[in-house]
Design a protein around this ligand. Structure first.
Ligand code: PLP
Length: 342
C-alpha cells in the first residue's frame, strides 16, 4: 500500500523504536522525566522561546493556547481553511467559548490588511477581538508557506491592538526546510507556537508548545485540567528527540517527491494541479474536469492499486508525502492515477 492519505501515516522506524527502548524515564508531572525535559528544552531552544511543554497532540496545543489567550465571548481571527475551524470538534467554542471569524485567504494565507479590516473597535455590542491564528504551513491551503515579513507584519499589528498572535506550526519545520528561514526567526513574533511530531517528523505521538515561562506555567495547569498530563512519557518523547535529530533535513525529500507527483499528475487529462505551487509535502488535485467525484477516484485508487489519498468536497483530492514514501512510490502512485482515469 502507498499511503498518501496524510503524513500522520508514518510508522516509527526500527532505529526510532530502538532509541525509545533506551529512554530514561520518570514522572513528567514532577519534572522527573529526563527525556521529556530534554525534548522540551530542545524545542524551546529551536523556537527561541523561554519554555516549552510536551502535549499529547497538536490539537491540545491549539486549544490550550486559545484558552489562555481568550475569555468566553472573545473572537479569534483565522483563515477559512484553518484546522481549528474544521478538525478540532468545535473545541474553541466548547472549551473556551470563543467565536471564530474567518478571513478569506489564498491557499490559507491572508494579509495584514485583511486582519486590520477584521479587528473590531472596542464596543460593548461586539465580541472582543482577542487573537489571530495562522498555520505554518497551511494544511488545507496545500502546504503553502507564510513568508517571514508577512507573519511579522501581522503579529506587529496584532500586538498594537493587544491581540494574541498564535502560530499553529504543525508543519513549521517543513516551512523551515523549504524556505531556509530558521525556526526561531519564524517563531519570534508569536506569543504561542508549537510543532507536531506525529506528522512528517515520523514520531508516533505528541506535539510541543512553546512561549514565555508564564505562558507555559499556565499551559501546565490546562494540560492537567484536560487530562493531558502523563507519567513516564519519556518513552514516547524519545521518539520526538530522535525525530529532531534525524528527520528534519530529510523533509526536503518529501518536498521533492510531492513536486514530482504534482508534475506527473498535471500531465493527466482532467486533473488540474498547480505543480509550481507545491512548496512542501502536500499536493492538491482538482478533479472537476474528469466529470467524476473525487471520492470515486480515491476509492478506485485504493481498491485497484492500494494507493490511498484523501478528498475534500466533491472535486478536491489531497496527496501528502512523508518519510514512509520513497521516490519509486511516487511513480507507482502516478501510474495508478493514470490507470484509474483511463
Ligand atoms: C494535524 C494538524 C493539527 C492537529 O494536530 P494533532 O497532533 O493531529 O492533534 C493542527 N493543525 C494543523 C495545521 C494540522 O495539520
Amino acid at each position: 500500500m502507498i499511503d498518501l492519505f496524510s503524513d500522520t501515516a508514518t510508522k516509527p522506524s526500527a532505529a526510532m523504536r530502538a532509541y525509545m527502548c533506551q529512554a530514561e524515564v520518570g514522572d513528567e508531572q514532577r519534572f522527573e522525566d529526563p527525556t521529556v525535559n530534554r525534548l522540551q528544552e530542545m524545542v524551546a531552544s529551536l523556537l527561541g522561546k523561554e519554555a516549552a511543554l510536551y502535549l499529547p497532540s497538536g490539537t491540545m496545543c491549539n486549544q490550550i493556547s486559545f484558552a489562555i489567550a481568550c475569555r468566553p465571548g472573545d473572537e479569534i481571527l483565522l483563515d477559512r481553511t484553518a484546522h481549528p475551524l474544521h478538525a478540532e470538534a468545535g473545541g474553541a467554542a466548547a472549551l473556551t467559548g470563543t467565536v471564530f471569524t474567518v478571513l478569506q485567504g489564498t491557499r490559507g494565507i491572508f494579509d495584514r490588511d485583511q486582519v486590520a479590516a477584521a479587528i473590531r473597535p472596542v464596543w460593548r455590542y461586539a465580541p472582543r477581538t482577542r487573537a489571530v491564528s495562522i498555520e505554518q504551513t497551511t494544511n488545507l491551503g496545500g502546504g503553502a508557506c507564510w513568508q517571514l515579513e508577512r507573519m511579522r507584519a501581522i503579529c506587529a499589528l496584532a500586538h498594537e491592538h493587544e491581540l494574541w498572535a498564535h502560530c499553529d506550526g504543525a508543519r513549521l519545520l517543513n516551512a523551515v526546510v523549504a524556505m531556509g528561514v530558521p525556526a526561531r526567526e519564524q517563531a519570534a513574533s508569536f506569543d504561542s507556537i508549537w510543532i507536531d511530531f506525529s506528522k512528517g517528523l515520523g514520531a508516533p505521538v505528541g506535539a510541543v508548545l512553546a512561549g514565555t515561562r508564564d505562558f507555559i506555567d499556565e499551559a501546565w495547569r490546562l494540560k492537567q485540567r484536560l487530562g493531558g498530563a502523563m507519567r513516564q512519557a519519556g518513552i514516547i518523547a524519545a521518539a520526538c528527540v530522535y525525530a529532531l535529530e534525524h528527520n528534519v533535513e530529510r523533509l526536503a525529500e518529501d518536498h521533492a517527491n510531492a513536486r514530482r507527483l504534482a508534475e506527473r499528475l498535471a500531465a493527466l487529462p482532467g486533473l488540474r494541479v498547480d505543480a509550481a505551487a507545491v512548496e512542501t509535502n502536500i499536493v492538491l488535485i482538482d478533479a472537476a474536469a474528469t466529470g467524476r467525484a473525487a471520492a470515486e477516484i480515491a476509492r478506485a485508487l485504493d481498491e485497484r492499486h492500494g494507493v490511498r489519498v484523501s478528498t475534500f468536497g466533491l472535486r478536491t483530492i489531497r496527496a501528502v508525502t512523508h518519510l514512509d514514501i520513497g521516490a519509486p512510490d511516487i511513480e507507482v502512485a502516478a501510474d495508478a492515477f493514470a490507470d484509474v482515469l483511463r
